[in-house]
Design a binder for this molecule. Structure first.
Ligand code: CP
Length: 307
């Protein structure tokens, strides 16, 4: 693996290998000194052209835990705000001889473009509505941990992905990961927020939340991507919550249902606040796993290059 651009072409063995390394990294994170010299001498730049809390901080932490030299770039406060192009920004990074670039951008395909024009290894930290591969991996680890008796085989597990699938890179990466690992995936939302032809990815489609939650083991609520939506995709946030939000009554009816959300949460929209804070919600476990998974990705990428 030279770059991590997406999960579309990952095989079961790729997931098994990465989850195995992530669990070893989690052990490192449990030690009193949470640091290993694995990436000493490696320079990583975090290129965030779009806002982020979880992904940016967990990549930065992962890099520091692996002893890499890191620099972080956010578009605000950089020469992008003076009109510098992506290509020129990339060429300047190349001149500084970075080894790995972690890239988030609002346009799909930017990490793929940088992989073509830079010598550095590229990690996609979210490109528009295309993919968010490290989120897919940390969600897979979180779900696998909920069912340890399965040993990472999710065959027959019922997972429902709820909400704004059309604008969600998290949904796409999760669909690739979960279906490859054998889960039955259902997507549920208003017709305006489910992409036409999504069934071709091997998922079931419903527009009824009750149907999506019936027999469901894990529900993953997606953030409404208001910044990427046009107007008029649903009447009001209140009505959206009434029809598609997970509420306490759903957990009363399905007491074993586990809840994931990639964050940031719109409380009272995708999830009622009491559901977000409920013991069945593993949202902060997802965040914890994010550091270990990103360590595993960086370690694996560098190991493939001989260290
Ligand atoms: N889940 C996720 O990508 O969160 P951030 O946008 O805060 O990185």
């Amino acid at each position: 693996m030279r770059h991590l651009l997406g999960l579309k072409d990952f095989a079961r063995t790729d997931y098994d290998d990465l989850l195995g390394v992530a669990r070893q990294m989690r052990e490192v994170l449990e030690r009193p000194v949470k640091k290993v010299p694995t990436l000493q001498g490696v320079t990583v730049v975090n290129l965030f052209f779009e806002s982020s809390t979880r992904t940016r901080l967990s990549f930065e932490l992962a890099e520091k835990r692996l002893s890499a030299d890191t620099v972080s770039f956010t578009a605000a406060g950089s020469s992008v705000s003076k009109g510098e192009t992506l290509r020129d920004t990339a060429r300047n990074l190349e001149a500084m001889k970075v080894d790995v670039a972690v890239v988030r951008h609002s346009s799909p395909g930017v990490p793929h473009y940088l992989a073509r024009c830079l010598n550095a290894q590229i990690v996609n930290a979210g490109d528009g509505a295309n993919e968010h591969p490290t989120q897919g991996l940390l969600d897979l680890l979180t779900i696998s941990d909920l069912f340890p008796e399965r040993g990472d085989d999710l065959t027959g597990l019922n997972v429902s992905i709820l909400g704004d699938v059309t604008h969600s890179r998290v949904a796409r990466s999760n669909i690739y990961a979960l279906t490859t690992m054998g889960a039955n995936v259902t997507v549920c939302g208003p017709p305006t927020l489910l992409p036409r032809g999504i069934e071709t990815l091997g998922v079931k489609v419903t527009h009824r939340l009750d149907e999506a939650l019936d027999g469901c083991d894990v529900a993953m609520a997606l953030r409404l991507q208001l910044e990427r939506q046009g107007a008029g995709l649903f009447p009001t946030l209140r009505e959206y919550h009434q029809r598609f939000g997970v509420k306490a009554e759903h957990l009363d009816r399905h007491p074993n249902l586990r809840i994931l959300h990639p964050g940031p949460i719109n409380r009272g929209v995708e999830l009622a606040s009491e559901v977000a804070d409920h013991e069945n919600a593993v949202i902060l476990d997802q965040v914890t796993n994010g550091v270990a998974v990103r360590m595993a990705v960086l370690y694996t990428l560098r190991a493939g290059q001989g260290g």
